[in-house]
Structures are given as structure tokens and as C-alpha cells.
Design a protein around this ligand. Structure first.
Ligand code: AMP
Length: 184
């Protein structure tokens, strides 16, 4: 089962993707985590990605496709996975369709977590990751609006998108997501 957890930076995708993956017994792929690991290990992909991640810009699609393909080839992804932070552009959405078609898999659901901008900024400032400074947060939100938000329409047209309110306790939100995923 392939599920996309969608939403702006700071809506809680990472936390919720982990919980959902545990509940459904499937893998979790966060491209952000994968890039941070690659950067820490100074791999070729890490070196290519570093300046973009530091600035809060999107890593080029060609590099992102590589990290996704590598991760999805791993055996624990055969039963499906929760995609967290991918796709983020139209081109990535098309690349995902190709990867899935080749593996005879399809997207089960796209869960769009909705949180207002004010809450997002205060959540990210509290998290304090290296790319969580005020300036970089603003850039990531702008990039999200320009590059990623149009995918909401894309998946809505395909009948795959469900909006979920991302405000509440972690448990409240995870229960809403589980319900959304289990609804046909
Ligand atoms: P995240 O952990 O999802 O907030 O991602 C952190 C950073 O990793 C982003 O600001 C981007 O620089 C990079 N990144 C993560 N996922 C993608 C993606 N699908 N496409 C391009 N860049 C990405």
C-alpha cells in the first residue's frame, strides 16, 4: 500500500508518518531524513543536496529521484510505504507514477494535512532544526506554495486526495489520518 502524506513544512508529516507506518506495518520514507543522512555520511547524493537543504530550497528532481529509487528498491518497501515529503513537484509526481507502474503498484491515498501558517511557523521555530531559522522557514513556505501546493489539485482530480485537519494532539490527528486511510 502506497500512501502519500502531504502538506506544508511543519504540519507534522514526519511524526504522523512514523505513527501511521507503525499502525499499518509498512515502511516510512522521508526524503528529508534520507537527505540529512546522506549529508551526514558525505555520500555523493549528500554532497549534491547539501546547499539546497541548507537554504531550504528543493534539491533538483534528478537527485531526488535517485534517493527515492534507491530507498524503494530496498526489501522492506515491497509491502508498500508511507511517502513523507515526496513528491514535491509535478516532475516528481510523474517520476513516482513511473516507479510505481514498473513495480505494478499504485497510490492508495494522498492525505493532505492542513495547518494554518501561524501555527506552522511557531511549530518550526520550536523544533529548532538547522534549517528552522525564520528566514529559511519563510523560504521553505514560499517554495511549498510555488512548487508543491499545485499537487493538491493534481491528486484531487485523480480522486486520491483527502484533507485532514492537522490541528490537535498527536493522537487526535493520527486517529483522523487512520480513518481517512481506511475509508474507501
Ligand atoms: P523535510 O525534512 O521534508 O522538511 O525536508 C528538508 C529539506 O530536504 C527540504 O527543505 C529540501 O531541501 C529537501 N527535500 C526533502 N524532500 C525533497 C523533495 N521531495 N524534493 C526536493 N527536495 C527535498
Amino acid at each position: 500500500m502506497i500512501i502519500i502524506l502531504f502538506g506544508a513544512p511543519g504540519v507534522g508529516k514526519g511524526t504522523q508518518a512514523q505513527i501511521l507506518a507503525r499502525n499499518l506495518g509498512i515502511a516510512h520514507l522521508s526524503t528529508g531524513d534520507a537527505f540529512r543522512t546522506a549529508i551526514a555520511n558525505k555520500t555523493e547524493i549528500g554532497l549534491l543536496a547539501q546547499s539546497y537543504v541548507d537554504a531550504g530550497d528543493l534539491v533538483p528532481d534528478s537527485v531526488t529521484a535517485k534517493i527515492v529509487q534507491e530507498a524503494m528498491a530496498a526489501s522492506d518497501f515491497q509491502n508498500g510505504c508511507i511517502l513523507d515529503g515526496f513528491p514535491r513537484t509535478q516532475q516528481q509526481a510523474a517520476a513516482l507514477d513511473e516507479i510505481l507502474a514498473a513495480a505494478h503498484k499504485h497510490i492508495h491515498k494522498v492525505v493532505n494535512l492542513e495547518v494554518d501558517n501561524e501555527t506552522i511557523v511557531s511549530r518550526l521555530m520550536a523544533r529548532g532544526r538547522q534549517d528552522d531559522t525564520k528566514e529559511i522557514i519563510q523560504n521553505r513556505l514560499n517554495v511549498y506554495q510555488q512548487e508543491t501546493a499545485p499537487l493538491v489539485e493534481h491528486y484531487l482530480h485523480r480522486g486520491l486526495l483527502t484533507n485532514v485537519n492537522g490541528i490537535g494532539t498527536v493522537e487526535e490527528v493520527s486517529n483522523r489520518i487512520l480513518k481517512a486511510v481506511q475509508t474507501a
